[in-house]
Design a protein around this ligand. Structure first.
Ligand code: NAD
Length: 433
């Protein structure tokens, strides 16, 4: 269990580098102070419900046995089953997973879906393992989690370095551990599955699609012409590449992109579909022939209308925020801007659409997948997209009016919308016993 620290804490603590969880705590405290959140509710939401750490052995291709550490943090399930992605990355550790789980609670509450918040992952560099080893690690992790996940209890999904194939292995392992007669009604134990294995059409692109719906709406509100806009994207994986590819039909021009392989620039525009095909073959953007390689600082300083961070956390911070030369930051990643970065962007007059709103398309369509599995239905792409559009724009409008009512920034406003919903439910239900 871990407590969020509100900004109104007075005691002196020794200086240390802020962790990701400190950032969530600061954001939470700021909104709770401004909306005068009931202190009882504040205490409840300041704790994660469960924190599961598993250590498990896996036999490698060469016969050696390696030990792995996996995490699942379940923050809150008052609105519905715990829900959130699984990340495979060397940086995965308890503080990071705690922060990501907490953001999921706010995201589900903000977008008005009947799900709670969780996150998990394994501390590994997936590039060091063969596909067969990744399969075995995934299956053994699922086995180690056991009853801590379940279709009506806690539902994982893809995140950084995980995908539909990994969800299919989790599904298969989970179902193999169930009595035969329960298997067919348990396929909603994970979302983001391949369509043939019970996934939803439109789920793979859903987060990027949501980012684009939000940018479109922001542009409309500001009388801003997307067909003349330039933009940059950090992270060209699921979220970043789909956001870029889906912005293409609007006529917006991608002029710079960055991922683990380096950064690229082309003032005449980079074709997102061509770059996505290149990344599929080569693994990252490094060496892409139709743009020139640039340094990280040059990438972050690129003058453009929109910047979409879609990689990892804390990319916009005290050092890098001063470099930004854009009108809008649309957060595709979770936690890409730390509180110092936020303050600098506000001072510079750069608008920001916060992660829990901007990247909520993924969890919204995961909810649709979960519903389709429960009802044995499969919806058409137009239905998925139009329902996603409706949900994410409703959340956008709530955040916009809340920001106005409280005269605050959009991140704090998004928190206020989410916390208001959670507080209402706690008040209605009361506390057992
Ligand atoms: P992904 O693994 O598909 O892609 C991650 C990208 O980030 C890759 O292009 C990688 O090269 C790049 N990257 C990693 N480290 C980097 C660094 N130091 N500098 C620059 N680029 C770097 O992951 P994803 O699913 O696209 O997730 C990206 C972000 O979006 C994460 O913050 C994730 O939590 C968030 N998110 C994902 C979803 C989803 O549905 N997949 C939903 C909501 C939020």
């Amino acid at each position: 269990m871990c407590a969020l620290q509100g900004t109104n804490k007075k005691e002196e603590r020794p200086r240390r580098r802020a962790t990701l969880y400190d950032n969530v705590s600061q954001q939470f405290g700021q909104a709770a102070d401004l909306m005068e959140l009931d202190p009882d509710i504040r205490r409840i939401l300041a704790k994660t419900a469960n924190e599961i750490v598993v250590h498990f052995p896996v036999k490698m291709d060469d016969g050696r046995v390696e030990m792995f550490t996996g995490y699942r943090v379940q923050h809150n399930n008052v609105l519905g089953p715990f829900k959130g992605g699984l990340r495979y990355h060397p940086s995965v550790e308890i503080d990071e997973v705690r922060a990501l789980a907490t953001w999921m609670t706010w995201k589900s509450a903000l977008t008005d879906i009947p799900l709670g918040g969780a996150k998990g992952g394994i501390q590994i560099d997936p590039l060091k393992y063969s596909p067969r080893e990744i399969e075995h690690i995934t299956r053994r992790f699922t086995f180690a989690l056991g009853d801590n996940i379940g279709p009506e209890y806690d539902i994982p999904a893809p995140d950084v370095n995980t995908n539909a194939q990994i969800m299919a292995w989790i599904l298969d392992t989970y179902l193999s551990m169930m009595p035969a007669h329960e298997r067919n009604r348990s396929t909603h134990v994970v979302t983001g599955k391949p369509v043939e294995s019970g996934g939803s059409v439109g789920r793979e692109k859903a987060t990027g699609q949501g980012v684009v719906y939000i940018i479109e709406r922001w542009a409309k509100d500001h009388g801003f012409l997307l067909n003349r806009a330039t933009y940059t994207v950090q992270g060209f994986g699921n979220v970043g590449s789909w956001a870029a590819r889906l912005l293409k039909p609007h006529g917006a021009k991608l002029i710079a992109a960055e991922d683990v392989g380096g950064a690229l620039f082309n003032e005449n525009g980079i074709d997102p579909d061509d770059l996505a095909n290149y990344v599929k073959k080569q693994g990252n953007v490094g060496g892409y022939p139709h743009a020139k390689a640039i340094a990280h600082e040059t990438f972050m300083s690129t003058k453009a209308d929109i910047f979409i961070p879609a990689a990892l956390e804390n990319q916009i911070n005290a050092e890098t925020a001063p470099w930004l030369n854009v009108k809008l930051v649309a957060e595709g990643a979770n936690g890409p801007t730390d509180p110092e970065g936020d303050a600098i962007l506000r001072r510079k007059g750069i608008e920001l659409i916060p992660d829990i709103l901007c990247n909520a398309g993924g969890v919204i369509v995961s909810y649709f997948e979960w519903l389709q599995n429960k009802r044995s239905e499969s919806w058409e792409l137009e239905e998925v997209d139009s329902r996603l559009h409706k949900k994410i724009i409703q959340a956008y409008e709530k955040v916009r009016s809340t920001a106005k009512a409280y005269e605050t920034d959009w991140r704090t406003a998004a928190y206020i919308v989410a916390l208001t919903r959670l507080a209402t439910v706690y008040k209605e239900r009361g506390i057992f016993p």
